[in-house]
Design a protein around this ligand. Structure first.
Ligand code: ADP
Length: 540
């Protein structure tokens, strides 16, 4: 009979025991979690001041083991003064609104050590008991803060370093620009120095040839002097061009040009050389090519001559072809246009055209591996490397010139079969361009009419001699002056028709002398032509 009762009791104890165990277990788990997380926990009743806290919290705050004082007061006392205002405000809000919150702040412990605290808390009100409790946990985040701080100083240091390096680079860049400037000035000076004696050589080769009465050997010798001199001049000009482009000193000078004359000029320059080599020289032009376009004539001629010159140079058999085609375009209505008749006879206003220049040859060709290199300065590929003629600068210059014009040379080639070089140029159309008169084919031997007097102002005696010996045989009267002031004096003393004025002169420059002459009423009519070997565009 008593057994069930015993059993019943036994059951009851088991339940209670189980409930107690479960509670303890969960307690333990919480404690373990707090321990592992290095978290200190606390609970404080704001009404009574009663508080409990875990050993970890005591460790974080430095609360003595036997502490019996006011927990809340202790904490407030140890908050870092600078953070006090901020967190007391946050804490006040949390209590007022009975909510939870978190904050970070510094404390100064009793042992004088400063720590960073991360604080989570919740305000709980129990109206029945009339209590307002704060439950919370704290974590020591000093190490994290220190790492952050270190990171920040590193970053700031990095920024400083970057700023420093940038400043250094700016200095280096300025120095490089100055050096570049010095280089191009040096080259311009050198060009003057190199061209002046060449002018003497070429001038006298011409004068002596014209004078006649030479033996065959002398005539041949003079021809070699002339050819070598011209070759040298081309080389100097090429190197200068490249230097100017590299120094971004080269500016395009666009003018209205007469396309048919321009093309005839180029063909005329190339045909003799092609025919000398026994090549057929073919010109294929689209019908109705526009007459007037706006372009940098000198530079466009340079590119075309370079491509045609190469085609002739690197072709031994077959043909060289220049093909010119075009396409009309309408860019914008406000652009001043020219009217052209299209094939269906409708009048349409066009203001732009794309000109396409193509140079085809049946020459040695270029291997695909070499194609990329031919546009680099001083690169000569294939068998051309053994040649003495050429500098390997032509294509490099042409490509850069076309870049300035917003275009590019393209190339297709097959070794042993031939090459095709081409480019397209977008150019405005212009109406009413008249062909410039072609230079006379016959050498000039004199002139009719009253005798004219020319004053040559140049400090270089060789330069003066070349001009005097070139012009005197034609019947001109010639006078010389070696500096600007002497030139002005001569101009006042003698009735002149023309002055050839060098720009760089001692005592008084060519420009100053010209100004002085222009101020004299009796010399208003005299024509003054500047002569210079300078490559500075500004001088021009
Ligand atoms: P250069 O003609 O003074 O050597 P370029 O820059 O004009 O210099 O040409 C560079 C090189 O490209 C030439 O030396 C030659 O090897 C190659 N090349 C240019 N044009 C042709 C061509 N039409 N056919 C074959 N090779 C060419």
């Amino acid at each position: 009979g008593g057994e069930p009762c015993i059993l019943g009791q036994a059951n009851d104890i088991t339940e209670r025991k189980r409930a107690g165990e479960a509670y303890r277990e969960s307690e333990q788990r919480h404690r373990l979690a707090l321990q592992i997380g290095q978290i200190g926990a606390f609970e404080v009743d704001l009404e009574s001041g009663r508080a409990t806290w875990t050993p970890k919290l005591a460790e974080i705050w430095g609360i003595p083991d036997n502490f019996t004082g006011d927990f809340a007061a202790f904490c407030w006392e140890h908050v870092f003064p600078e953070d006090l205002a901020r967190i007391s405000e946050e804490f006040g809000r949390l209590v007022e609104n009975r909510e939870d919150g978190e904050m970070e702040f510094r404390i100064i412990r009793t042992d004088g050590v400063m720590r960073w605290i991360r604080w989570w808390g919740q305000a709980i009100e129990d109206t029945a008991k009339g209590s307002l409790r704060i439950l919370g946990v704290n974590m020591d985040i000093t190490e994290r803060k220190r790492a952050e701080e270190e990171l920040r100083t590193h970053r700031e240091h990095l920024e400083e370093l970057v700023a420093e390096r940038t400043a250094e680079l700016a200095v280096a860049r300025d120095a490089a620009e100055a050096a570049n400037q010095a280089k191009s000035e040096f080259l311009a000076m050198m060009s003057h120095e190199l061209r002046t004696p060449l002018n003497g050589i070429l001038g006298y080769a011409q004068i002596l040839t014209r004078a006649g009465g030479l033996s065959t050997q002398q005539a041949q010798g003079l021809q070699i002097i002339q050819q070598s001199g011209e070759h040298l001049l081309t080389l100097i000009n090429d190197i200068l061009d490249l230097a100017k482009i590299e120094a971004r000193k080269l500016e395009l000078a666009r003018t209205d040009l007469h396309l048919p004359t321009f093309l005839q000029d180029i063909l005329g320059a190339c045909r003799p050389r092609a025919e000398q080599k026994g090549l057929s020289f073919v010109y294929e032009a689209a019908t109705d090519l526009p007459t007037g376009i706006r372009a940098d004539e000198q530079r466009l001629r340079q590119v075309a001559l370079n491509l045609l010159g190469n085609a002739i140079k690197f072709t031994e058999h077959g043909s060289v072809t220049l093909r010119v085609s075009y396409e009309l375009r309408v860019m914008s209505s406000e652009f001043e246009g020219s009217q052209l008749k299209t094939h269906n006879s409708k009048l349409i206003t066009h203001n732009l055209c794309t000109l396409r220049f193509e140079v085809l040859d049946t020459g040695v060709g270029i291997s695909s591996g070499d194609l990329a290199r031919i546009f680099h300065p001083f690169e000569q590929v294939g068998a051309a490397r053994q040649r003495t003629e050429g500098t390997g600068l032509g294509l490099a210059i042409s490509q850069r010139l076309l870049q300035l014009m917003g275009s590019a040379i393209q190339v297709e080639s097959q070794l042993g079969v031939g090459s095709r070089f081409w480019f397209e140029l977008l150019a405005p159309l212009v109406a009413d361009v008249v062909a410039a008169p072609l230079p006379p084919a016959r050498p000039i031997s004199g002139y009719t009419g009253p005798r004219r007097t020319i004053l040559v102002v140049d400090d270089n005696p060789q330069n003066r001699a070349v001009l005097v010996d070139l012009l005197a045989p034609l019947g001109f009267g010639l006078l010389e002056a070696a500096d600007g002031r002497a030139g002005v004096a001569q101009a006042q003393a003698v009735r002149l028709d023309l002055i050839l004025m060098d720009l760089r002169l001692p005592v008084m420059t060519g420009v100053e002398a010209t100004r002085a002459i222009r101020q004299l009423p009796e010399l208003q009519g005299v024509v003054i032509i500047a002569t210079s070997a300078s490559v500075f565009d500004a001088d021009r």
